[in-house]
Ligand binder design. Structure first.
Ligand code: UDP
Length: 497
């Protein structure tokens, strides 16, 4: 039942006179969901195709709209690219807008993000003026959206940034879903602060989506709540198989691997989503590295936003303090360009702290540690660099102090890499300790982090077994067809409200 109609054109909306400037819209090209069959098999692909068909009928031309606060960097943007891509490919009138906000708005919403993770936040208390500013920014964004949202459209608002749009869009007749990508396993004082702020905005939503059961606050009892685990696209530039020689050429190009001897590396090229050949051209926007890791050195990789909860500094410190057990091993801590993630005001500070730590390392460690900020100008170029790093890694780490889900873990597992990760949040749903990777009970325990990492790097059989288990786990549970099936079912219910 593949959709054979005309692909949806990118938005050309008639504008109201004197309407506020439109919100930025992501230009996502549709892809037929049946293409996923090459990774998930024809039966799963056909099931998804049928679900899209039913949703198309239920929507009868109404739109599916996502609203978040950044098009680049972080798991939400990563997922929306593909959920939109397959929705558009299935013939839905799907659109994705990003909010506008100023530094004060994003500082406040980043505090809410930390609170929802159950963590304290370093910013000033959220006072009345802050709350009024949040309300004003959300109202301005809602007004800009009212040009494109029609009664009956299904609008998903993501995370604390977009929560303040709920009442505005409900009043405009939209069906509103609020999706929260962060959470804490146990509710505490900080989560209570976040909910006290957010709840009045969220009361009228038609449905709520969380990544884990544990993240659902008690006050939502009796409401329409779905638990939908995030997922990855096996066909994207980030997750498609990459030949070792292509990965090596890409890492050499960006200075994270010494060039090969003799004939040298091939060109740093890859296949883009539209079938054309892409070439990695941009350098890291910041690089702390004495010299590139030798081609044959085992590489331990952590890819994350520069966020204190990802604990890049903790990884660097435990690597430095590991003594001889990690001799010969190189570490790459890699994140996005700190100016590229518009809704994350902490990136610059966290990277600067890591860079300062790196400068203070003794020579014997500093020569084996590498920090890189990847350019974000071209999403596919960024993605293929992350792919090259993950698939070349002897071990991938995710030493997060809290984690909504942890797509970087899923991505590494899909590539069959052995993962050492903290037993926090959604990482616990992905990895069963000793079967699909290694879980660390205490995310702050740098000593056992280094010990587990070195044991994985030194034990190829264990690494191979965990990597194989990890790939199976992702294929069964965390590829996009699974998430899209749940999402289409929720949207059908919401569309019928
Ligand atoms: N990511 C990326 N480029 C970078 C750093 C991160 O594309 O330079 C991606 C990463 O591959 C993953 C996402 O950002 O897909 C991070 O998602 P995750 O769920 O791990 O964490 P979040 O940032 O949402 O807290």
């Amino acid at each position: 039942m593949a959709y054979t109609g005309t692909p949806q054109p990118l938005t050309v909306h008639p504008r109201r006179p004197n309407a506020p400037p439109a919100l930025p819209e992501a230009r996502v090209t549709g892809a037929d969901p049946l293409l996923l069959g090459s990774a998930v098999g024809p039966v799963r692909a056909a099931e998804l195709d049928a679900a899209f068909h039913e949703l198309r009928e239920a929507l009868a031309g109404r739109r599916i709209i996502d609203v978040n606060s950044t098009m680049n960097g972080g798991g939400v943007a990563e997922m929306l690219h593909r959920l939109q891509r397959y929705s558009r490919g299935a013939g839905l009138d799907a659109h994705w807008f990003t909010m506008r906000g100023d530094p004060a708005f994003f500082a406040l919403t980043k505090q809410l993000h930390h609170f929802l993770h159950g963590a304290d936040a370093s910013g000033p208390p959220i006072d009345r003026a802050g709350a009024e500013h949040y309300a004003a920014v959300c109202e301005a964004n809602a007004h800009a959206l009212l040009d494109v949202v029609r009664p009956g459209d299904v609008v998903t608002l993501h995370d604390p940034q977009a929560a303040g749009l709920v009442p505005h869009l409900r009043r405009a007749g939209a069906r509103v879903v609020w999706r929260c990508h962060v959470g804490a396993d146990d509710q505490n004082l900080h989560t209570a602060r976040a909910w006290a702020f957010l709840r009045p905005w969220l009361e009228t939503a038609d449905a709520y989506v969380f990544s884990r059961e544990q993240y659902v606050p008690g006050w939502l009892a009796g409401r329409r709540v779905a638990v939908i685990r995030p997922s990855i696209d096996p066909l994207s530039a980030k997750n498609r198989p990459l030949e070792p020689s292509a990965a090596a050429a890409i890492l050499s190009r960006i200075g994270l691997r010494a060039p090969a001897d003799g004939d040298g590396d091939g060109p740093p090229i890859y296949r883009r989503g539209d079938g054309s050949v892409g070439r990695v051209r941009r350098d890291p926007t910041c690089l702390c590295s004495a010299s590139p890791p030798p081609a044959d050195a085992p590489l331990v990789v952590q890819v994350s936003r520069w966020d204190p909860l990802k604990d890049m500094a903790g990884v660097l410190t435990s690597f430095a303090e590991a003594g001889g057990s990690l001799d010969g091993v190189h570490l790459a801590l890699v994140g996005p360009d700190v100016s590229g993630v518009t809704d994350d005001p902490e990136g610059g500070r966290v990277f600067a702290e890591c860079a300062a730590l790196w400068h203070r390392l003794p020579d014997r460690v500093r020569t084996r540690a590498h920090l890189a900020c990847l350019p974000m100008a071209d999403t596919e170029e960024n993605a293929v660099i992350v792919n090259a790093l993950q698939c070349s890694a002897a071990a991938v780490t995710q030493k997060s102090l809290a984690e909504g889900f942890g797509l970087t873990v899923t991505e590494a597992m899909w590539k069959g890499r052995p993962v050492v990760a903290s037993a926090v949040g959604g990482i616990r749903d992905q990895i069963e300790h000793g079967v699909h990777g290694i879980l660390l009970d205490d995310p702050r325990d740098g000593v056992s982090f280094a010990a587990q990492t070195s044991s994985l790097v030194g034990d190829h059989r264990l690494a191979g077994a965990l990597g194989a288990g990890a790939r199976r786990r992702v294929r069964e549970n965390f590829l996009d067809d699974r998430q899209l099936l749940q999402q289409t079912s929720l949207y059908q219910n919401v569309a019928r409200v």
